[in-house]
Ligand binder design. Sequence first.
Ligand code: FES
Ligand SMILES: [Fe+2]
Length: 426
Amino acid sequence: MLTQNDNELICKTGPSTPMGDYLRRFWIPALCSDEIAEPDSPPVRVKILNEELVAFRDTNGDVGLIDNYCPHRRASMFFGRNEECGLRCVYHGWKFDTNGDCVDMPSEPAESNFKDKVKITAYPARDWGGFIWAYMGPAELQPDLPEVGWAMVPDSHRKVSRRLQENNYVQGIEGGIDSSHVSFLHAGLTPYQRDHPEARPVRNGVMQPTAMIGDSAPRFVVQDTNYGFVYGANRDAENDEYYWRITPFMMPFFTIIPGSIGNADDLTYSGHGWIPADDENCWMFTYSWNASRPLNKGENHPASDLELEPRTMRATINRDNDYGIDREMQRNVNYTGIANGSVQDAGIQEGMGAICDRTKEHLGTSDSAIINLRRVYLRGAREIMEGGEPFTPEKGSDYRLRSVSLLQDREISFNDTVPFVLNKSR
Ligand code: FES
Ligand SMILES: [Fe+2]
């Protein structure tokens, strides 16, 4: 559990909040590159860290990320005309470039130099790994772009997406690093068991989703690292081996889901980052990539295939329709009665309320990664409050990571296993 004060400290990310200032020390995904695919294409509304912004790609292909509100009389720049290396406000024609400089002010006399005195807030923005990233912190502290695996491969080797979730971002991240829920929330029958009722696992006369029969209480290890922290879970396997799933958490938002057991360079990885839109909504960014070949159709994370409402960017299966829960399916096919794994996660995370009341929780040993996340966040936010410099990774290359699933002898310790995770993905 957390105190009410600490809960608010990590969940509130607007300008001048401690956690908001901490997150502004990092490059942050703001939207997907293909949302502003072409030079001079229509501008797009973006809300991150409680700031309303507009993204556009100018005639040269450079990306601008500027305040939604025109500094003249606060008209929305979303309505702007994207023309000749700048976005022009349609109310009185003031035009701004990607740096936020006012480059034309046709409503003032030609001899006026007023335009040289006016700027619109503009954040540095980079097109990197299929996302447009924003840096919203102090200019002198701007870090390297993170060399995350999906940014280090050609476009054809990755797929990315974003969608809105109606809950605070910390709930999303806590779901992403919560290994133990996979055995329950996402449990279901194998295709064979679906077709053959006699092969379904039965306990006390009641059908059990498959994963419930195995080792549902793995042991967890967490360690701080130069990029955030790494956490591992081991489950008993045959032949005196453990089945390990080891995952890096990359500050400040990013997870990589451990894939199947196999040669790391051939595997396709996926993960998510949850970025605050405001305190009660977040953007779930999803990325899938393969280091050595183009992605095949359907190989990406299913979250990237969900149908979205065009304006809100929520999934069409959402809380308004109870995530399509089917009680018959819940009795006979899977644990939740909700068809899509990503929707299962969204239902649980949104169902906690917009900001989870962490004063009322009871955390167990399976929550050790979540406890560590809060410790790292609280430490950073408190350092900001005290005027110190919080932890951030030193170099972009600190993010060259992947996750690992492997079987190995029970004698081999976590410390001897973790270096697998530290191998760069490319
Ligand atoms: S409000 Fe934008 S130009 Fe007047
Ligand atoms: Fe999940």
